[in-house]
Design a protein around this ligand. Structure first.
Ligand SMILES: [Zn+2]
Length: 284
């Protein structure tokens, strides 16, 4: 079975409200998937305070409650304690050790692994990727349409001197599907949603969700045709409540469709349940 994991940073679920852009008018494909194939899971991890990215993502990709491990929710980039938790074991390593072909589809604007290693600030997924460096995608992979830039269309690269082609969300979806059908496990991480959520601009949040939705729609259709198991989730709420600058304690969606999807979500409670379910499902 081939698995495509879509990670969307800062996507929570909350009731209808004028300051909640996660609705059918803005992102019909995403809302439909959540309604038809989704359940809600807890991102607060039994710890007080607002959930944050470093501990949320580490929990998601290790199956260990990283917030409890740290004694608090940790934002941004993982420090030494979380890095050592990730270095010890993580989803990429678990899959790789079982001989599976793993791909991190997000293109790094780098030419060599050493450039990624040298980065001062490393996200959870970068730390995880460095434990099995063959998963990374580079600039040349993106230019060969064998990787997807994290903003989906590459448009955010234009301001940084990029002069290559931009792509439509539907084209980017095609590129991602090609990767997913040639690997056992493919991860795509989208974090513009968290940035838009922090922006306090409803307009920015809507534009971000519209791009995401134009990607998710064709992606879901192609994934069904290719019989992929698709998993979509987040690390904490944010963009669903534009009345606050911060993250939220709202639950996050866990959308699963494709082979073995129904069994996957039974009894899933929070972020720590996702990696064990992936391992159980993919090793069947
Ligand atoms: Zn954030």
């Amino acid at each position: 079975m081939k698995v495509l994991f879509i990670f969307i940073d800062g996507l929570g679920i909350r009731g209808t409200s004028a300051d909640n852009p996660v609705n059918k008018a803005v992102c019909p494909n995403l809302c439909e998937l959540i309604e038809a194939n989704g359940c809600l899971i807890d991102a607060c991890l039994d710890m007080p305070g607002l959930p944050q990215s470093a501990t949320g993502q580490a929990s998601l990709y290790t199956g260990v409650n990283a917030a409890r491990h740290m004694g608090r929710h940790l934002e941004g980039f993982p420090g030494p304690t979380l890095r050592s938790l990730l270095n010890e074991d993580n989803l990429f390593l678990k899959l790789h050790r079982r001989g599976l072909r793993v791909k991190f589809a997000d293109a790094y604007m780098a030419d060599r692994i050493e450039e990624i290693e040298a980065r001062r600030f490393k996200s959870v997924t970068t730390v995880m990727g460095l434990t099995c460096p063959q998963v990374f995608s580079f600039r040349e992979d993106m230019l060969a349409n064998q990787a997807v830039f994290h903003d989906i269309t590459r448009e955010s690269l234009l301001a940084k001197g990029y002069s290559g082609p931009v792509v439509t969300p539907a084209k980017a979806a095609e590129h991602l599907i090609q990767l997913a059908i040639t690997h056992d496990f493919t991860l795509f991480e989208f974090f513009q949603s968290d940035l838009a959520g922090h922006s306090s601009s409803l307009e920015e949040a809507v534009a971000c969700l519209q791009t995401l939705d134009a990607f998710i729609g064709p992606l879901a259709a192609m994934a069904r045709q290719a019989n992929l198991l698709v998993i979509l989730t987040s690390d904490h709420g944010n963009i669903e409540d534009m009345s606050v600058h911060s993250h939220t304690i709202n639950p996050v969606p866990l959308v699963v469709f494709g082979p073995e999807a129904e069994a996957f979500t039974v009894g899933v409670r929070n972020l720590t349940d996702v990696t064990p379910r992936i391992m159980r499902t993919i090793m069947q």
